[in-house]
Each structure stands twice: as structure tokens, then as C-alpha cells.
Design a protein around this ligand. Structure first.
Ligand code: HSE
Length: 435
């Protein structure tokens, strides 16, 4: 069978990784795909640098449109990132009848619905294993391995940078700023790490997971996103004393009233496997009604792990390119005519448990006042700690609540913060038992 021809947009870390692995494992990949996969054109900004990396093995151009408009290219691999020009290039490639492989989670979370519609109309595939959790085949698992299941929820550590920062804060007692600086020095976090630490990168990935877990459209605009910028070392330490670890968790859950889609720092019992995912590693825990819980662990970023996912998509396309489009795996795991309309619940409607930290004057009746307000809102306390502070006239009270609705908790906190004995604002972090 003749080789399948690939055009690569971008030759950064992942692009170079893809190029190298395709060459290194050429025989093994060909034996699996049934035909060889050849990169025949690469679009880059700096063609001299690219030539140093890949020699004269393929055509190097500086205009990406030359790749997507080249009639000899079968598959376009988009590894540029960002929305434009990646979006326009993806639509042009699809319009030209080319399959697309992308690692671009932002593009899919924001514009996936239109991109998949265009691909479906044209009968081409858009594959995106590399967009979520790097080398972990979580898209494959959700779309194919778990098709017997009604998925109940998915919870994941899907941003390596923030997991590295949280691990350093807990293991070394560092504050957020110091841990972030270390992540940047080690090359985990970008020079502008906003997307990582503010939870946006995880929310892009969670939006994609939510769509394929439940068969709904991409609804990034409805996702709740809270990063780790405000997290204090003292809360990591108190959480630990209560038997919990704090992770930036991406959660999507099916409930009777709608679907939850949220990313925020979360206390997880430290006995859970996922609570022990350390450093820049990723893990995704899926609860299905048939299989129960299954967990997927591995490297969520980096040249070779991400190239592993890109090449898996290339092999899938090579195998399925001649198949009738109706018989391919649907983009969002469910057949397009069965994509649901379930709404993402507003955050005020979600149900979870909470970690609360209050700084109070150490005087008679403070605790009684606080617990009375919580009781008035039907919020039950699960565990409590009282910790001395440097000032003997003040103390920290740390509470874990049982499950309640977020809007009840917010209303209770408003009243508690008005108490004269409560000093400053309270800290509130959500808790998930993951059972
Ligand atoms: N910036 C991401 C992370 C890697 O830290 O996990 C690619 O998605």
C-alpha cells in the first residue's frame, strides 16, 4: 500500500518529537498501520532551524497554507497551538478533504463543535488524543474502551505544571510563588504560565472529556474555572492533618439536574490512588456503571509522550482512511444524531463538600455562632480542627462539611463573615471523596 503523506504544522517540542519517533519506530509503526506514514512537508517559522533538525528529508515551508492546500498531503498535523491561524488552517484542511490530527485543546474546547461538523460533512477525521493528558490514551479509552458504560463521572489531574507546583508546596513546604518559580526554571511552566495556574488549560481538556464522556457538545463557556494562585501553604498543611491532599482537579459529573463541569483546587482523601499522583504526572479517574472505577496514569506533556498520542492518531487514520465515514469512531464517541443537549449546571447548583478555614478571636461562643449559621442552612459538619496561631488571642478553626449545595454554602459564609469574632474572609476549598 502506498505511504500516507503527512503535513506537519509546527516543529516545536511536540513536532520534533513526532518527527523523531516516526523515524525511530518506523518499522513497528508500519507493521501496525499496514502502510508507512511519511512526513512529506513541514511548515515552520524558522526554516533554517528546522533544516538543522530534520535535514532534507522533506519539504520545509514557512507558509502553513502551502501545507493545507497541497493536494499530495493526506493528513495535516496541527501542533502550532493557539486559536488563529490554527482554526483557519484546520477548516481549510478539512475543506480540502484532508484528515486533521491536533493537540490543540483550546481550539477544540472553543470551536470543536463547528470543526467536527465540518469534518463530518466532508467525511474526514479529526483526531485529538494529544489534546488531553499527553501520552495517556484517555480519549481512546473513553471513546472506545468504555462504550458499554454509562459514565457517571470523570475526575482528572490533567495539568502537569500545577500538579508539580502543588507537590512542591506540600513536600517542601514552599509557598506558591517559590514553587512556581521552580516550575519555570525546570521548564514545566511557561514564561507566562497563566493558562496553567489559572486552570484554563485543565478546563479546555475537561470540556473535551465532558463532551465525549456524556455525548454532549463542547461547552467551555459554561465550565467553572478556578486555579491555584490563591492557594496557601497553610491549607495544604491543615488538609494533610485531616487526611487529605489538595490537587487541581478537573471534574465532570452527570447528575439528575444536569452536568457538572468544573476545575478547582480540591481536597481528596490521601488514601486515594489519584491523591498520590505527584510532580508533573497526570491521571484520570473514570467512574462507569459497568466497569466501576478505572484510572489512567502517565505523562501529560513533553515531546515523546505527546508524540506517542499524535502518532497513535496517525495510525488510526491510516487504518480507517478507506473506511466508509459512517463506520468510523464518531468524533465525540456518540453518533452525531445522538449528541445530547444536557445543560452544564451553574456552579451555584453543584453539590459537594467543603473545607473551611476561619481566623477568629478566641472567645466564648464563637464556635457556637458559626455552627448555628451552618445548621440554619442545613450544612452538617464532618470534621473539625482548632489550631493555635502566633497571636494567643486568636485561633484558626478548620472544618470539613458534609455534602451541600454551593449556593447554601455561599449564603452561610456571607453570614459567618459578618460575625464580629470572625477576622477577615474565610478560605473555602471544595472536597471530593471520589467514591
Ligand atoms: N501545560 C500543560 C501542562 C501541558 O502543564 O500539563 C500540555 O497540555
Amino acid at each position: 500500500m502506498k505511504p500516507i503523506k503527512v503535513g506537519l504544522l509546527g516543529l516545536g517540542t511536540v513536532g520534533a518529537g513526532t518527527f523523531n519517533i516516526l523515524r525511530r519506530n518506523q518499522q513497528e509503526i508500519m507493521r501496525r498501520a499496514g502502510r508507512s506514514i511519511e512526513i512529506s512537508m513541514v511548515a515552520v517559522r524558522n526554516s533554517e532551524k528546522a533544516a538543522r533538525l530534520i535535514g532534507d528529508t522533506c519539504v520545509i515551508v514557512d507558509d502553513s497554507f502551502q501545507v493545507v492546500n497541497n493536494p499530495n498531503i493526506d493528513i495535516v498535523v496541527e501542533l502550532m497551538g493557539g486559536i488563529e491561524p490554527a482554526k483557519q488552517l484546520a477548516f481549510t484542511a478539512i475543506a480540502n478533504g484532508k484528515h486533521v490530527v491536533t493537540a490543540n485543546k483550546a481550539l477544540l474546547a472553543l470551536h470543536g463543535n463547528e470543526i467536527f461538523k465540518a469534518a463530518q460533512d466532508k467525511g474526514v477525521m479529526v483526531a485529538f488524543e494529544a489534546a488531553v493528558a499527553g501520552g495517556i490514551p484517555i480519549i481512546k479509552s473513553l471513546r472506545e474502551g468504555l462504550t458499554a458504560n454509562r459514565i457517571d463521572w470523570v475526575a482528572g489531574i490533567i495539568n502537569g505544571t500545577t500538579n508539580f507546583i502543588l507537590s512542591e508546596m506540600r513536600n517542601k513546604g514552599l509557598d506558591f510563588a517559590t514553587a512556581l518559580k521552580q516550575a519555570q526554571e525546570l521548564g514545566f511552566a511557561e514564561a507566562d504560565p497563566t493558562f496553567d495556574i489559572d486552570g484554563i488549560d485543565a478546563a479546555h481538556k475537561a470540556t473535551i472529556i465532558s463532551a465525549i464522556a456524556f455525548g454532549i457538545s463542547m461547552q467551555f463557556d459554561k465550565a467553572y474555572v478556578e486555579g491555584i494562585r490563591q492557594l496557601q501553604a497553610v491549607d495544604i498543611s491543615y488538609a494533610e492533618q485531616l487526611g487529605y491532599r489538595i490537587k487541581l482537579l478537573a471534574i465532570t459529573k452527570r447528575t439528575a439536574r444536569g452536568i457538572e463541569l468544573r476545575v478547582h483546587p480540591t481536597l481528596i482523601p490521601s488514601t486515594r490512588l489519584i491523591a498520590n499522583v505527584e510532580g508533573a504526572m497526570n491521571a484520570v479517574l473514570v467512574q462507569g456503571d459497568v466497569v466501576g472505577a478505572s484510572m489512567y496514569y502517565g505523562k501529560g506533556a513533553g515531546a515523546e509522550p505527546t508524540a506517542s498520542a499524535v502518532i497513535a492518531d496517525l495510525v488510526d487514520i491510516a487504518r480507517m482512511a478507506t473506511a466508509d465515514p459512517q463506520h468510523r469512531v464518531p468524533h465525540l464517541a456518540f453518533q452525531p444524531e445522538f449528541i445530547g443537549t444536557e445543560a452544564i449546571l451553574p456552579m451555584s447548583e453543584i453539590t459537594t463538600s467543603y473545607y473551611l478555614r476561619l481566623h477568629v478571636s478566641d472567645q466564648t461562643g464563637v464556635l457556637a455562632d458559626v455552627t448555628r449559621i451552618l445548621a440554619n442552612f442545613d450544612i452538617s459538619i464532618d470534621a473539625m480542627l482548632q489550631k493555635a496561631t502566633a497571636d494567643e488571642s486568636q485561633t484558626d478553626i478548620i472544618m470539613l462539611t458534609h455534602q451541600t449545595q454551593e449556593k447554601k454554602l455561599i449564603a452561610a459564609l456571607e453570614q459567618i463573615e459578618k460575625l464580629q469574632s470572625v477576622l477577615g474572609s474565610m478560605t473555602r476549598i471544595r472536597v471530593e471523596k471520589l467514591t
